[in-house]
Write a protein that binds this ligand. Structure first.
Ligand SMILES: [Zn+2]
Length: 331
């Protein structure tokens, strides 16, 4: 039995036909965790869909209405890059409900997963990049509305920048001045061209580590953006993550970390251009969990992207996140 819950439903499956996004990954992760004895049936909890009221905490009434009535324009559907259907709307509402439930469990147990979610390219008024609505933002706003938290931090390690997250939580931005010099960290062998930008004001602090030379072309500023060069490997990536986490937690006191654990920084990813190994990605998860646990900050985990040539690698990377949490939180 795990010391935390895994929120999951077979209906997380996204009905998008043949697509680079492996919609079957959620069920494969669920099945693999059971087969390998990482989790038991009792560790899983089934979510309910978010209500429209929950979704409206983040998204505009007009956009929600278009989704519910199937009246997106052709251009809007194209921008979403997944084919619209009423079933797909239901799957995204369920993903948002799953992240709400996972956030709630995380606040009680210290950590919880939604075996799905992480749709960080959705904006208040439109969807983009395989993301219809922003489940993580909805979960944060719902926890705030219920007075369970005042502040939250997103830690986005998907290879693509969290543009929707940045736009949703932008608030009024005040530059915080230069961040601590990267060369001041003893663990760092500075990477030539990576850079860290930062500015923050608001009740949600957003951190994004991503490949600079990748989608989205326009990257609205997060509280901290780490723009990584192509082909960065495990050690450099982990040093930048360590630096971004300590910098963020120095600047901002958070009551919840929403960790977006994309599998696409993997070197075999079809849509990514970084060079992390499966082992490096597990170390990434361990770092986030170790830092959060040491500071007593609850973590809600979602899975976001993952487009490895071999889908089993994507499944392994996501399952390893659960194993890393089991190791960190059983101790
Ligand atoms: Zn991605």
């Amino acid at each position: 039995m795990l010391p935390f819950k895994l929120v999951y439903s077979d209906d997380y499956f996204l009905p998008i036909g043949a697509h680079v996004f492996p919609a079957e990954k959620y069920k494969r992760i669920h099945d693999r965790l059971l087969e390998q004895g990482v989790a038991e049936h009792e560790d899983f909890v089934v979510p309910k869909p978010a209500t429209d009221q929950d979704v409206l905490l983040v998204h505009t009434p007009l956009y929600v209405q278009k989704l519910k009535t199937g009246t997106l324009s052709a251009r809007e559907e194209l921008e979403m890059e997944i084919p619209y259907s009423a079933e797909l709307v239901r799957a995204f509402w369920l993903a948002a409900g799953g992240s709400i439930l996972a956030a709630d469990y995380a606040l009680n147990d210290g950590i919880a997963f939604s075996v799905g979610g992480g749709f960080h390219h959705a904006f208040p008024d439109h969807g983009e990049g395989f993301c219809m609505i922003h489940d993580v933002a909805i979960a944060i706003r719902r926890m705030q509305r219920d007075d369970k938290i005042r502040t939250a931090m997103t830690v986005d390690c998907d290879v693509h920048q969290g543009n929707g997250t940045a736009a949703i939580f932008a608030g009024a931005r005040i530059p915080t001045g230069p961040l601590p010099s990267i060369s001041a960290s003893p663990t760092l062998n500075p990477v030539r061209t990576a850079k860290m930008r930062g500015a923050h004001a608001g009740d949600v602090f957003t951190i994004s580590l991503h490949q600079e030379n990748n989608y989205p072309a326009f990257k609205p500023p997060s509280s901290i953006d780490v723009d990584l060069p192509d082909e960065i490997g495990d050690d450099d990536y982990l040093a930048w993550l360590d630096n971004a986490l300590s910098s963020g937690l120095r600047q901002f006191e958070t009551e919840l970390i929403c960790y977006i654990a994309g599998a696409d920084p993997y070197r075999e990813d079809q849509l990514g251009g970084l060079a992390l190994t499966i082992d490096g990605l597990k170390k990434r998860d361990e770092l986030v969990f170790r830092v959060a646990k040491a500071r007593g900050i609850p973590v809600m985990v979602t899975f976001a992207g993952g487009y490895a040539r071999n889908v089993e690698d994507t499944v392994t990377i996501h399952c390893n996140s659960v194993i890393a949490a089991k190791e960190a939180f059983s101790a």
